[in-house]
Ligand binder design. Structure first.
Ligand code: GLU
Length: 291
């Protein structure tokens, strides 16, 4: 599918739920899915499901099937066949090529360890050490040697150069408490030179999400507050790739007893496990206070 393949044909809004099937869904996903569905229905919108399975090792067919089963059990019903990002690598490559032609990306050979060693102490909004820019000014000879030798490297976006091209950016955020849309100033520099593609996963969350939201004609993005600051990176990519600007709503997160965000990596209790314990989908809805 090409980046501009499917713009909105009518004025019907388009919402989407875009989980990553790299583990089991938990209550946090249930909340996000059902809130998105509720808002889509209120708006008379189309509701799409996209499986963000670019990590083809962790996104196993079993995980994908489990996710579809859980969503169906929950009563999440989407319009149209789901999109699988793993079938869309050509579109991400095309987008990356466009950024290469604009001379806005560069190859980076730094390992996690290299980055730690050269770290300045600055952190990105997720708390990871900010990339110190080690490979940004690599000379052409070294770069070409790198390509010739087929060594693994990642493509990074030169954020400073990118924002010089885009100028200051904002996004439109629906504030649930105020009940109105606010304009938020994007601060992409706080992420530094983000990775857009790697050798073994030739794309990234940031690149594929903007490509697919545009290709699917998504007008409204509802997702957790953990992705609030990432929106700044998405706005830069949308502007550079001439993609339309959706409206955002970043909802509160479901927290565990210690006040921490639920997560697959912490093995938060899954929907499948709750179902096995005899929970019904209605009880989950009640628990999430969504009706
Ligand atoms: N796939 C992402 C996740 O599961 C969400 C992507 C998005 O909604 O933008 O965290």
């Amino acid at each position: 599918m090409s980046v501009t393949a499917r713009m909105t044909q009518s004025n019907q809004p388009i919402f989407r739920f875009a989980p990553s099937p790299n583990g089991e869904l938990h209550l946090g996903h249930a909340f996000s899915a059902l809130l998105t569905q509720k808002l889509a229905r209120q708006e008379g919108a189309k509701l799409l499901l996209r499986l963000e399975d670019i990590d083809t090792v962790r996104c196993t067919p079993e995980n994908i099937q489990q996710m579809l089963d859980d969503l169906t059990w929950l009563g999440f019903d989407w319009d149209e066949d789901p999109i699988y990002q793993s079938t869309n690598f050509d579109a991400y490559q095309h987008a990356l090529d466009q950024l290469r032609l604009m001379d806005l990306v560069y190859p980076c050979i730094c390992s996690r360890n290299d980055i730690k060693q050269n770290a300045t102490g600055e952190k990105d909004p997720d708390g990871a050490p900010l990339y110190p820019g080690t490979c940004r000014d690599m000379d052409d000879e070294t770069r070409f040697r790198l390509f010739d030798e087929g060594k693994p490297f990642a493509w990074r976006l030169d954020m400073q150069k990118a924002i010089e091209k885009t100028g200051p950016l904002t996004w439109q955020e629906f504030d649930e408490d105020l009940g109105e849309v606010e304009t938020i100033a994007a601060d992409p520099l706080q992420w530094g030179d983000v990775i857009l593609a790697r050798k073994y996963t030739p794309t990234s969350y940031h690149l594929s999400v903007v490509v697919d939201d545009a290709a699917q004609g998504v007008t409204h993005i509802t997702r957790g507050k953990d992705l609030y600051f990432a929106t700044a990176v998405h706005r830069v990519l949308q502007k550079l790739l001439k993609l339309p600007e959706p409206q955002y709503l970043h909802h509160g997160l479901i927290l565990d007893d210690e006040g921490k965000k639920l997560s697959k990596s912490k093995k938060s209790i899954s929907l499948a496990a709750l179902k096995k314990r005899g929970w019904t989908a209605d009880q989950i809805r009640d628990q999430l206070d969504l009706d």
